[in-house]
Write a protein that binds this ligand. Structure first.
Ligand code: HEM
Length: 509
């Protein structure tokens, strides 16, 4: 089903190509780059100081302010070593940007990670730079190795049982964590983050950390959780906001580099451990090698680099999507009930295992996750450096410009998604015969690309979808979820992180 849906989206995306090319032929009639509405560096700085218009605003609020003042395109200045960028808010323009991404698409990197990998740990990152910290040919050669390993649905099927086992353990932990009102503790998000980390490590490092209960004695596991949390909290400070580390290594930046170092060293340790395990028991290797074994067969360094990227990119994103999905279901009990009916058909008992086979027929669950990603995006936007001159909102944007595409005004646009404020998983169903229910297939497909697009799209998409589907299925099969508190608050860094106390009420079924 999933593959069919992905294929149908790809077909729709492909059929729109010709329009973009004909539009781009009109480049000469466009207004010049310098005429694009712009904001000065001084204004950005002044508006960001306490009391200023942008101070302490979430990314979404910030874009709302920019959009209201400047419209569908804006030139944003380069600050403290970051290049200038163009913000684009219209899906027709996203299509043009993606169509002009070139053969080796480039996106702004996490510069601190590039700096760490290139200058501090060339012993590991000399041969494979990692997907997050490379561009051009270097990126292409890593992606060529990793694509067939991570993007293959066949490989993901290998992890279904393990991911299900972890989700079922998590359900058991939820049961114990509830207070007398059946509410989860305020810091429930830490437990969901641990679930996400436990699941990614099980796949990337073939190892259980056993951190779900929050009482693991494994020092390395504890260090890993601690440092990944610091990475989530701090990376935006050093890579998203103006910061002087590009000119001078401040004490706080040196501390941040130690976080990268600790994560790298722990991953290295776990990989060595896995190699020893596999060598001492070769019969465990089978025709059905998973991600780690396939990478180890290529090169141990490739395995270290990819596992590090999976930890840095895959933990908070997946945890956030899972939290948001639980939240949308708790706030929409009627939709939760429809989902539960679908799940009971597959999971006849609460203990029934999810398998690649029985997961094939869960369209409503997939609709729930898509609708959550539409209403509560995990990532505010994606970026590309355009490889040709391109027409955006009537302006000529020259090759080499970094364009950041922010879809929030499209995913909440009545014309693209009628009744946009309503949580309607039915929009995404292939068999949606209800004339009252708007269908997402009528929207421009470039409005909704939560995992990006093209050859540089998220390589962990299939894993993320598997983990979220399995977790949500198990939680909703076991509990009726309710939410009796003010609306959840979000803090935007690179990821739109939920920051409210997650006191879901979980009533046994
Ligand atoms: C709901 C969860 C997730 C979301 C919403 C998400 C979203 C994204 C997006 C939007 C991009 C940029 C794509 C582009 O520029 O076209 C990306 C890149 C990436 N993601 Fe994810 N992601 C998620 C989970 C994961 C997981 C679980 C992993 C690893 C196991 C992962 C690994 C990566 C990597 C390595 C890249 C960089 C790819 C490259 O540059 O070639 N992501 N992700």
């Amino acid at each position: 089903m999933l593959i069919r849906q992905t294929a149908s989206i790809s077909r729709r995306l492909l059929t729109t190509t010709s329009t973009s090319f004909s539009l781009d032929n009109q480049l000469s009639q466009n207004k010049s780059f310098s005429e694009i509405p712009s904001i000065s560096a001084l204004k950005v700085v002044v508006r960001n100081i306490p009391g200023g218009k942008y101070y302490n605003k979430s990314m979404t609020q910030l874009h709302e302010l920019l959009y209201d003042e400047y419209g569908s395109i804006l030139r944003f200045p380069g600050l403290f070593g970051r290049p200038p960028v163009v913000f684009a808010y219209d899906a027709k323009d996203f299509e043009k940007v993606y169509r002009n991404e070139g053969v080796w698409p480039e996106r702004l990197n996490l510069d601190s990670l590039v700096y760490y990998r290139k200058t501090k740990r060339s012993d590991i990152y000399d041969k494979f730079a990692g997907l997050f910290s490379s561009q051009g040919e270097e990126w292409h050669s890593m992606r060529t190795i990793t694509n067939p390993i991570l993007m293959q649905p066949k490989t993901m099927k290998l992890y279904c049982t393990q991911v299900d086992e972890i989700a079922k353990e998590f359900v058991g932990i939820m049961r114990k964590l509830r207070d007398e009102k059946c509410e989860m503790p305020a810091d429930f998000s830490n437990y969901i983050n641990s679930w996400s980390l436990e699941s990614v490590v099980a796949v990337a490092l073939e190892r259980r950390l056993n951190i779900l209960s929050g009482s693991s004695n494994d020092e390395k596991a504890q260090e890993l959780i601690k440092n990944i949390r610091i990475f989530f909290e701090k990376s935006f400070e050093f890579d998203g906001l103006p910061s002087v580390w590009r000119y001078y290594e401040t004490k706080s930046f040196k501390d941040f580099l130690k976080v990268y170092d600790t994560i790298t060293n722990i991953v290295l340790y776990f990989i060595e451990e896995a190699v020893a395990r596999i060598e001492s028991n070769p019969s465990l290797s089978s025709n059905e090698d998973g991600i780690l074994r396939k990478l180890l067969k290529i090169d141990k360094k490739a395995a270290v680099v990819m596992a590090s990227d999976m930890l840095l990119a895959g933990v908070d994103t997946t945890a956030t999507a899972a939290i948001n999905t639980l939240y949308c279901l708790a706030k929409n009990p009627d939709k939760q009930e429809i989902l539960r009916k679908e799940l009971i058909n597959i999971l006849q008992t609460k203990e029934t295992q999810l398998t690649a086979e029985n997961m094939k027929n869960l369209p409503y669950l997939r609709g729930v996750i898509k609708e959550t990603l539409r209403i509560m995006p995990v990532i505010s936007g994606t970026a590309r450096k355009v490889s040709n001159d391109v027409s955006i909102s009537g302006y000529k944007v020259p090759a080499g410009t970094h364009v950041i595409m922010v879809p929030i005004f499209e995913t909440t646009n009545e014309k693209q998604y009628p009744q946009p404020e309503k949580f309607m998983p039915e929009r995404w169903l292939r068999e949606n015969n209800d004339p009252q229910c708007p269908h997402a297939k009528n929207a421009n497909p470039f409005t909704f690309l939560p995992f990006g697009f093209g050859s540089r799209m998220c390589i962990g998409r299939r894993l993320a979808e598997l983990e979220i589907e399995v977790l949500i299925a198990n939680v909703i099969r076991n509990f009726k979820l309710e939410w009796h508190h003010p609306d959840m608050k979000i803090k935007s860094t690179f990821v739109n992180l939920p920051i409210s106390d997650l006191k879901f009420k979980a009533i046994d079924l």
